[in-house]
Design a protein around this ligand. Structure first.
Ligand code: ADE
Length: 246
């Protein structure tokens, strides 16, 4: 990296994804501002096909769980070889996407975005052999309390959340709105022209030009919505816990 503070060029933020379905990438990461940011060199995506590290001629990657039970387990030797082909430094966390992981939060996203990048391991089948998770000190992350068919979409969610925070990805206007969302409350309702749509009018206060009143109205809406939809966030907000939406 350049030592000149006036020179804004920096190393790209790097996402490496280990997956059995490399065709699922870049997926949504190619679209809009996120895709544009990759083209302009702000970040980089690399995919690694886990199956390339299978040692037998059938390219097998899974076997039945020890102790019995349904489904198949990703073999530790194959997974470990795939991981070791990518993990050449300690600068980037190795994240295993799994519904039993710690829930992803905006706080963790901010930390990941401020680092060098991340390495994402996408699970499939019933899961990955526990000894690889332990041995490679993988951070287990979930994107929500539901079960996907695999970690690919979850990895894209996590990467998109990080990339939009990288310097130069969002314009100034969008960055400001990001801040207002991060005060620990859900967003207030938005309206635009026309004044009336399908018999519904824009709330009068928003057309009043009284910025103080508008701010009060929006804050009240944010509080009411947060109370109703996210009692957990509301309690944290009331207690003055680290005012962040996470
Ligand atoms: N893989 C399957 N479901 C998942 C989830 N909810 N989060 C992360 N990875 C997953």
């Amino acid at each position: 990296m350049s030592e000149n503070p006036k020179d804004m060029r920096r190393e790209p933020w790097r996402a490496s994804v280990l997956t059995l379905f490399p065709d699922a990438f870049p997926g949504v990461l190619e679209a809009s501002i996120i895709g544009g940011a990759e083209k302009s060199g702000i970040w980089q995506l690399e995919t690694v096909d886990i199956r390339d590290f299978s040692v037998n001629r059938h390219r097998t990657v899974d076997s039945p769980p020890a102790g019995g039970g349904p489904g198949m387990v990703l073999k530790p030797d194959v997974a470990a070889k795939a991981i070791d082909s990518v993990v050449t430094d300690t600068g980037r966390p190795l994240i295993y996407l799994t519904p039993r992981g710690k829930p992803l939060t905006q706080q963790r996203v901010r930390e990941l975005a401020s680092g060098e990048g991340l390495i994402a391991f996408c699970g499939r089948f019933e899961g990955l052999d526990e000894r690889v998770i332990e041995g490679r000190q993988m951070e287990e992350v979930s994107i929500g309390d539901f079960v996907l068919a695999g970690g690919e979409v979850a990895a894209q969610v996590m990467i998109e959340a990080c990339v939009r925070l990288l310097p130069g990805v969002l314009g100034d206007a969008q960055s400001a709105s990001e801040e207002s969302f991060e005060d620990g409350l859900l967003e207030y309702p938005l309206y635009t022209k026309p004044r009336e749509f399908e018999g519904r009018a824009i709330p009068e206060v928003l057309l009043s030009g009284d910025h103080k009143k508008i701010e009060q109205w929006r804050r009240q809406q944010s509080e009411d919505i947060t109370k109703a939809r996210r009692p957990d966030m509301w309690t944290a907000y009331k207690n003055g816990d680290d005012h962040e939406c996470d």
